[in-house]
Design a protein around this ligand. Structure first.
Ligand SMILES: C[S@@+](CC[C@H](N)C(=O)[O-])C[C@H]1O[C@@H](n2cnc3c(N)ncnc32)[C@H](O)[C@@H]1O
Length: 214
């Protein structure tokens, strides 16, 4: 594994008004969606958007990325991709559930945000064994991540290694699957931001052995 842990600079400030009102609308929409889908069986659970916003803001202000292109893996309502745009990234999301893709597109349209959302799997073709082996090694109790692969990147007109930063919210036990997929697909120097248990975020950078020794 060639992922190096980075410290996130601490920059907690009150949310800007436009972000706070966007997130209030998001809460209401997600609440309404959950009520109208009482038997919802997908792996969608929203991250804490305020926490992720502060992390994105800190990354942006500290110029930690090699460029400005972000992809949200399993984007749900697409909120993280939209917050990323608000702090200056060019962003998109890939989501396996069509209903969620529709919600994300509606939300982006209402707030005139350019973030693009694609229906499909963020696991690129050719990486199925990577995901399956990581599951087998980690013995994850519940499997939420859909391990099928497809051509979502082709629809975006981008390759997985075109992104400077990837955000994902893996279920407990699936963190290593995301780490291994990122390590396999991302470009050298790209960042992986993950949201996890207890409202925490983790930032890692992909580093080849050659660059790590410099
Ligand atoms: C825990 S939710 C996180 C949603 C969103 N990123 C957030 O932070 O609020 C994980 C999402 O990943 C989606 N998902 C699972 N496997 C996927 C795959 N292979 N490709 C794309 N989306 C996937 C699920 O449908 C779900 O919406």
């Amino acid at each position: 594994m060639a992922l190096v842990e980075l410290q996130l600079p601490e920059t907690r400030q009150p949310l800007p008004c436009d972000v706070a009102s966007f997130l209030a609308d998001v809460d209401a929409r997600i609440d309404c969606f959950m009520r109208s889908h009482p038997t919802w069986g997908s792996g969608f659970v929203p991250s804490n958007f305020e926490t992720v916003y502060h992390a994105l803001q800190a990354i942006s202000e500290s110029n930690l990325t090699t460029g400005r292109h972000l992809c949200e893996w399993g984007s749900g309502f697409g909120v993280v991709a939209m917050l990323a745009e608000m702090v200056g990234f060019r962003s998109c999301g890939i989501e396996i559930d069509q209903d969620l893709v529709d919600e994300a597109r509606d939300l982006a349209g209402e707030f005139a945000l350019e973030a693009e959302f694609i229906h499909g799997s963020f696991i690129p073709r050719g990486s199925e064994s990577c995901a399956e082996e990581a599951y087998a090694d980690n013995d994850a109790g519940v499997v939420w991540l859909v391990t099928e692969t497809d051509d979502a990147y082709e629809e975006l007109g981008l390759e997985p290694d075109d992104f400077d930063i990837v955000f994902a919210y893996p279920w407990p036990g699936e963190e290593d699957v995301i780490d291994r997929l990122f390590d396999r697909c991302a470009s050298d120097g790209a960042l992986l931001l993950t949201y996890g248990q207890c409202n925490s975020v983790r930032l890692q950078r992909k580093r080849s052995k050659r660059l790590r020794s410099v």
